[in-house]
Design a binder for this molecule. Structure first.
Ligand code: ZN
Length: 342
């Protein structure tokens, strides 16, 4: 028997059937938007996408197998702002049908196996708490153990403030396995979608062997006003856009959504997982580690970053960007390899 609501529920009225494009302000028919991969047919604005749609877009049909689906956030700090944290999680679960802001698993792109993690911005702003960090770290660890490339599709406001310092720890937790992936010759492809900001950008998302952004995605650390206030100057228009960052080498390519899958497929062929013998031969040579990338970035933007985050950046005389083992002096012998990998 159908349930009768005491008030009218207009499920198919004009407000539900149409979406106003925030870029060109045209009304777009929702069905058309979905057919067009949630890209505005008038101006090419890329609307945000859910995890299910993203999996359908990128992976071979039926190839995705989710892992660690049952991981759920606790409330380690007993945190409450206007609402207790567990209530916020509950509301996000109801809204999205997800258990957390990220999902990871294995799948295939044109038959090439990958470990892939995806964010949903609708779940508490895609924020990274302990569970999201754990999922991303496990995705990288599985990529290492199974020797398949790792891909993360980010959409996040950054660290989850309801988990305080524990959220900040996720930056280290998600970044550390990347050094091991790098040593093992297993590629990581980072896909930045609108928006990728805060602690997610400041950790694994900016450390891809290839970094792909969607057109006009907002990519930045702090909000524009805060960033401007911190450095005490007007920052150029659109300085947190994918296009601005591409021009300055922070992003490797901007790929429209319709081409994302074919681009990934091509990249996976161009960046194969190194055979194990090759890695053994290269032992003792420095790989271009993630921390090398960070210090490289710090050099490029001058002293600002190092002063802000309190690290001393030394120009790398050899130019090899070998910041991955900073504690050893140049003359010291190589440590016994890969102990930490077992
Ligand atoms: Zn538009």
């Amino acid at each position: 028997m159908p349930i009768k609501f005491p008030f009218s529920r207009r499920r198919s009225g004009p407000t539900d059937a149409w979406t106003k494009c925030p870029s060109c302000e045209q009304q777009v028919f929702n069905k058309q938007l979905e057919r067009n991969l949630r890209v505005c047919p008038h101006c090419g604005h890329h609307f945000r996408m859910g995890i299910g749609e993203r999996i359908e877009l990128l992976l071979d049909d039926g190839s995705f197998a989710e892992r660690d689906a049952s991981l759920e956030s606790g409330d380690p700090l007993g945190f409450a702002d206007q609402k207790p944290y567990p209530d916020r999680i509950e509301a996000a679960k109801v809204k999205t049908g997800l258990r957390e802001a990220a999902v990871w698993g294995t799948g295939a792109i044109d038959g090439q196996r990958v470990a892939i993690g995806l964010f949903d911005f609708r779940f508490m702003g895609g924020s990274m708490g302990s569970v999201v960090g754990e999922k991303i770290a496990r995705c990288f660890e599985a990529a290492l153990a199974e020797r398949v490339p790792a891909i993360i599709v980010s959409a996040s406001g950054g660290a989850r403030m309801q988990e305080g310092t524990l959220s900040l720890l996720q930056l280290a937790k998600t970044t550390a396995p990347l050094a091991r992936l790098d040593d093992a010759g297993v590629p990581f492809i980072s896909i930045l979608t609108d928006p990728t900001t805060g602690g997610v950008l400041a950790s694994f998302a900016s450390l891809g062997d290839a970094i792909i952004a969607e057109p006009r995605a907002l990519i930045g650390f702090a909000g524009a006003r805060v960033a401007s206030g911190t450095v005490g100057e007007e920052l150029p228009e659109g300085f947190q856009s994918a296009e601005f960052l591409l021009e300055r080498g922070f992003v490797d390519m901007i790929t429209p959504r319709a081409e994302l899958r074919s681009t990934l497929s091509r990249l996976l062929r161009l960046l194969p997982v190194a055979p194990v013998e090759e890695i053994e031969r290269e032992e003792g040579q420095h790989a271009w580690g993630p921390i090398g990338v960070l210090s490289g970035l710090a050099e490029r933007v001058g002293g600002a970053v190092s002063e802000t985050i309190g690290i001393r950046v030394e120009p790398d005389a050899s130019g090899s960007g070998n910041g991955d083992r900073p504690a050893r002096s140049p003359g010291a012998p190589e440590p016994a390899t890969t102990e930490d990998e077992r």
